[in-house]
Design a protein around this ligand. Structure first.
Ligand code: SF4
Length: 779
């Protein structure tokens, strides 16, 4: 069992999955949750300002806000996220005196989160089992001393989660490169790295090309491997507009998620009293990992349609002017093996034909995708094949058409733009070096998976996390926990307690920081920060609440002080000025990062500004200057006999690694998270029974048995041959070396598992001991 694993299931109830998402229940749940966690006043301030033009950017997902905003421009989950952060509960030094680190390591993610906001810096010394208070100065001195003691800066890792603002991210990468390393792993390594790789290679830019207006204008939107009802709920408002404008939606997913079926928009009367809007006109119940085969089949059928009606199916003008590699691609695509396609997708041929008919009837097509595509061995190839698909009919660089990787964390895209990447292009490094008068290191750094390997092998000894919960977000939990404990020092910049504070290095620091909703006052006055959403809009985020404690520092201040203690005056960078006035940071960003010219003025315009995307100008920063058709091969997944393909997933009551409750309302699961959703025919074929207690055992070529114990089998309308279970509890099953080709992203949506009846008397884990201390009232 990994540290923190916990959740009993004695009160588990299962209902049929919901057939629609949102509506009034979402409003009720959001308010109920908010008022349980914070005061009426703080709830009101947050909800009146979240996602408004001068308000707080929701720390949830990265779905953009429309230009014309409602008074309530947020979803159930966004309301929960800001008000969870605005909790009135506090963790004091007494708490740490009463709770040894070894005990905290046995607590559930939910319990840890529920203890409230961190209030002062704390240190755990090597010979101690307790955190104790430490001054900020002493904490920075400790960090600097540790960094100076390393044999090489490459023994240090600086992890970032998507909550970091543009300003903090820019300064962090500047500090890290000033130190002499590119070790900047981030959460994007584990989610959309496959999108970045596939898009950069084919289009020359690793970002989506569409805007909200494009989504609304499209004739046909594909939603592939995505669960918007839970992970980016306001995407449903956009899809509703697509539908109302006469467009269609095709949903492709192993689970028939409620939000893909029907949406009741709580901002509209028809969503409250009516039946709402049907989202998916066609739902493809695909097997996990079948998307590459599906898009290859669609592409082959489009080529066949062109053969049958030359000059009237493909966009030859676009192909000739904008692309390269078409002939090789077409030759490869025509050799498709239909037996492989039908086996890989689990779809009947006529379903695929129906898709092609819809494509042929549509002039403007967008493909949206998320982790169901990227966290597969062929994630990069699938993204490339999606680009092939769009290019065949010229669905790039014009209104209502394009690529749309949907990011699940608020500033994950902006952090990349600011330089948080272990292998930023040389043009960026040159501009950074010129601006600050130093030579950034040229050798590539480590991504998230390679960072774990380095800690495991003793090649990395220092880990510092800026937001996030590294040991829970990453794969192969037992190995990752051992790797983290192998470090001489770990430090986390956090708002709330999580398991990475308890599964830590020999010395460990907790550095409490301001949340998004907190007011940020520095020597130069009140500050705001900026973020970039999934569609490249850059705008302000401005917290309005009194901070949780007078001892909190902003993320910008923490980076600046760390840099001053560690780097001194070499290179000569005005860290103190940056901390006092974030405008000075933005001024530097505008001189280093393309697209940010006149940053301070433009970001003060209501709603900010949109970064240019060359694809929309029909220029492609690839080596050939053209968009690139690619030929992608897929090997049929060789699923061992008696195994299912497991995907890890979030519940509706969850934010990243933190469950807010033991419920997953849309999927009908209540009071339990140790469940595995399996098609009833697979349950019967495996000789199991609904609600049987099983262990999940993953199979991988290294021969190591990875086991997640005590899960209830739940009969569910999942695709045949698949299983689904909650993250982070089942991260333990994802082998560290099972990664997507090229992107090194863990294959969390493609894990081979056996379901083994749990041993007699083998009862749900001791979770209950942790969770019985949770507040009684839960949504
Ligand atoms: S859709 Fe995403 S960004 Fe918008 S309120 Fe919900 S969680 Fe926040």
């Amino acid at each position: 069992m990994t540290a923190g694993e916990a959740t009993g299931d004695e009160h588990l109830t299962v209902e049929p999955p919901e057939q629609w998402a949102t509506g009034l229940p979402a409003v009720r749940h959001a308010l109920q949750f908010s008022l349980q966690h914070t005061s009426l006043r703080r709830t009101a301030i947050n909800l009146l300002t979240i996602n408004q033009k001068n308000g707080i950017d929701c720390p949830g997902c990265a779905w953009p806000e429309p230009n014309k905003r409602h008074l309530q421009e947020y979803c159930e989950n966004g309301a929960k996220h800001v008000n969870d952060e605005a909790t009135t509960r506090r963790i004091t030094r007494e708490f740490f005196r009463e709770h040894p680190v070894s005990v905290l390591a046995t607590k559930s993610d939910m319990w840890l989160n529920d203890q409230g906001r961190l209030t002062e810096p704390m240190v755990k010394r090597p010979d101690s089992d307790h955190y104790e208070p430490i001054s900020w100065d002493a904490a920075f001195e400790l960090l600097a001393t540790e960094l100076h003691s390393l044999d090489s800066p490459d023994e240090a890792l600086f992890y970032t989660s998507g909550r970091l603002s543009n300003e903090a991210a820019f300064l962090l990468q500047l500090f890290v490169r000033g130190l002499g390393t590119n070790n900047l792993p981030d959460c994007s390594n584990m989610c959309h790295e496959s999108s970045g790789s596939g898009l950069s290679e084919t289009l020359g830019i690793g970002k989506g090309s569409v805007s909200l207006e494009d989504i609304e204008e499209a004739d046909l939107v594909f939603a592939v491997g995505i669960n918007p009802g839970t992970n980016m709920p306001r995407m449903l408002s956009s899809l509703e507009e697509t539908k109302r404008n006469g467009g269609h939606v095709i949903a492709i997913n192993p689970l028939p998620e409620a939000g893909l079926i029907r949406f009741k928009n709580p901002q509209k009367a028809r969503g409250i009293i009516g039946r709402g809007t049907t989202i998916a006109d066609q739902f493809l119940h695909i097997k996990p990992g079948g998307d590459l085969a599906l898009f290859q089949a669609i592409n082959a059928l489009l080529l066949a349609a062109e053969d049958a009606d030359p000059g009237n199916v493909l966009d030859h003008d676009f192909i000739d002017r904008d692309t390269t590699g078409f002939a090789e691609f077409a030759e490869h695509a025509r050799r498709i093996d239909w037996a492989d396609v039908l086996e890989a997708t689990g779809l009947p041929r006529d379903e695929i034909d129906k898709v092609v008919n819809r494509v042929l009837a549509s002039k403007k097509i967008i493909v949206c995708w998320a982790m169901g595509v990227t966290q597969q061995k062929h994630g990069v190839a699938t993204v490339r094949e999606i680009v092939n698909f769009l290019m065949l009919r010229g669905n790039l660089g014009r209104p209502g058409a394009g690529v749309c990787p949907v990011r699940g964390h608020s500033n994950v895209q902006g952090d990349r733009t600011m330089g948080i990447w272990e292998r930023m292009p040389q043009t960026f490094m040159d501009a950074l070096g010129r601006e600050f008068g130093f030579t950034p290191p040229t050798h590539h750094g480590l991504d998230a998976v390679d960072s774990i390997r380095a800690m495991r092998d003793g090649r990395a000894k220092f880990f510092m996390g800026f937001a996030g919960n590294f040991v829970r977000a990453t794969p192969d939990s037992e190995l990752t926990e051992r790797a983290m404990r192998n470090c001489s020092l770990t430090a986390h910049v956090s708002t709330k307690l999580n398991l990475s504070h308890a599964v830590c290095g020999r010395t460990a620091l907790i550095l409490p920081t301001l949340g998004r909703s907190d007011r940020d006052v520095q020597a130069g006055g009140e500050q705001f920060v900026t973020v970039e959403d999934s569609m490249s809009n850059v705008h302000q985020s401005h917290g309005r609440l009194d901070p949780a404690s007078e001892h909190l520092l902003s993320e910008v201040a923490i980076v600046c002080r760390l840099a001053r203690h560690t780097l001194g005056q070499a290179p000569a960078i005005p860290w103190e000025d940056f901390e006092a006035d974030y405008d000075l940071v933005r001024e530097r960003i505008s001189r280093v990062v393309p697209g940010f010219e006149d940053f301070n003025r433009r970001v003060r315009e209501p709603g900010g500004f949109r970064l240019p995307n060359p694809v929309n100008e029909r220029t492609y920063p690839t080596p050939s200057g053209k968009a690139v058709f690619t030929s992608n091969t897929f090997d049929r997944l060789q699923v061992p006999e008696g195994h299912l393909v497991l995907q890890t997933m979030r519940s509706h009551d969850q934010w990243n690694t933190v469950p807010y409750a033991l419920n997953d309302r849309y999927r009908g699961i209540h009071n339990g998270r140790h469940v595995v959703l399996v098609n009833p025919d697979d349950i019967a074929a495996l000789g199991l029974a609904d609600r049987q207690l099983v262990d999940l055992v993953s199979t991988w070529e290294d021969g190591i048995e990875r086991r997640a114990k005590n899960f209830r089998v739940v009969a569910y309308p999942s695709a045949r041959g698949s299983a689904a279970s909650y993250y982070p509890e089942t991260n333990v099953l994802v082998p560290l070396d099972s990664v997507a080709d090229i992107s090194n992203t863990p294959t969390s949506k493609g894990v081979f598992v056996r379901l083994v009846p749990a041993a007699a008397g083998h009862r749900p884990t001791a979770a209950a001991r942790s969770d019985e201390e949770l507040p009684a009232v839960r949504s």
